[in-house]
Design a protein around this ligand. Structure first.
Ligand code: PBG
Length: 353
């Protein structure tokens, strides 16, 4: 009976077998009607992907005219700064609004305190400066975290027992933020998950004359197995000792993401982010619904690699599943997506228009 529909406690055994009872609106309502022609499907389409939604993360290496494939991310290469500039030009030509640069710091520069993060001539800063000089119309984003610079692969400083020193790390993250802002970075993305980082970085930017530098907080960043290919790309998978569970979130948690977001917003984040992406669409939906902030999803390295592995095996059709996976983020409420497919997708969007 109709009245029973919303009673979840009704035991399964008492449920009568489903009768072919027409829905009350049928046949006046036929949901298949608007699906019959491409023009009509286009007309009623609720969510679409635009190049304006894309942020393209790229990996930087030392040297000149150098490119290195990332074995666990087929199709992704680490680029020397000169080639990163070319990549930025490409991105701008296809209308991508923002690229994010991730350095693969030479191993001999990785130290316990991650000092190279504060070097104004480190790989990330050089890439930012060169890209902004050559392609001023593109936004450049930088990660704020110590993992590409530390010889233990962690995002923060460690004490003698290997525990993360939250507040001491904040001081370094503030310096790193200022160095990257000075280099010309437009958006800082604190990805370290230390408590209190957004507030101190925002304050330092204000005090340092960088009040226009935006903060996209990695707000709900989970301790995820999906980051492994990224750690290959930046060269920290070999160095990482232990895991990141004392600072990145437990993947069983959902309410906690709201608390993280509440703090980041109060501390001055301009945009918030959920990471990883596809396995966390529920978190994205909750944050966007609850806070109505500019909200982003990071389709992380492992998601890229999973799709590419299947595509390369001929098991999935890349032309279909890449866009489908990106639109899922839009449907869940994302204002934009960080994705290694960005250039590829931008090219396909352009070819279509
Ligand atoms: C570093 C950082 C990571 C990613 C972005 N910034 C890795 C990590 O936290 O271990 C992951 C991105 C990806 O997997 O594509 N703090």
């Amino acid at each position: 009976m109709k009245d029973d529909v919303d009673k979840p406690s009704r035991p399964q055994s008492q449920t009568a077998p489903e009768q072919a009872v027409p829905a009350p609106g049928f046949p006046a309502t036929r949901l298949r009607r608007p699906r019959q022609a491409a023009w009509s499907r286009r007309l009623v389409c609720e969510n679409a992907l635009s190049v304006d939604d894309l942020i393209w993360p790229i990996f930087i290496i030392d040297g000149e005219n150098k490119r290195e494939p990332v074995a666990s991310m087929p199709g992704v290469e680490r680029l020397s700064v000169d080639l990163a500039v070319k990549a930025a030009e490409d991105a701008a030509r296809y209308g991508i609004p923002v690229i994010e640069v991730f350095p693969n710091t030479p191993n001999d520069l990785r130290t316990a305190d991650g000092a190279d993060a504060l070097n104004p001539d480190n790989l990330a800063c050089r890439a930012v400066r060169k890209v902004k000089a050559a392609v001023p119309e593109i936004g450049v984003m930088c990660d704020v975290a110590l993992d590409p610079y530390t010889n233990h692969g962690h995002d923060g400083l460690l004490d003698a027992d290997g525990r993360i020193l939250n507040d001491a790390t904040l001081d370094v993250l503030v310096q790193q933020s200022l160095v990257q802002a000075e280099a010309g970075c437009d958006i800082l993305g604190p990805s370290d998950m230390m408590d209190g980082r957004i507030g101190v970085i925002r304050q330092a930017l204000e005090d340092g004359g960088f009040s226009d530098v935006q903060l996209m907080s990695y707000t709900a960043k989970y301790a995820s197995g999906f980051f492994n290919p990224f750690r290959d790309a930046v060269g920290s998978s070999g160095t990482l000792t232990g895991d990141k569970k004392t600072y990145q979130m437990d993947f069983g948690n959902s309410d906690e993401a709201l608390r993280e977001a509440e703090l980041d917003i109060a501390e001055g984040a301009d945009m918030i982010m959920v990471k990883p992406g596809l396995a966390y669409l529920d978190i994205l939906y909750r944050l966007k619904s609850h806070f109505a902030m500019p909200t982003f999803a990071y389709q992380v390295s492992g998601e890229y690699s999973m799709l590419m592995a299947a595509v390369q095996n001929g098991w999935l059709d890349g032309d279909r599943v890449i866009e489908e996976s990106l639109i899922a983020f839009k449907r869940a409420g994302a204002d934009g997506i960080l994705t290694y497919f960005a250039l590829d997708m931008a090219k396909r969007l352009k070819a279509r228009s």
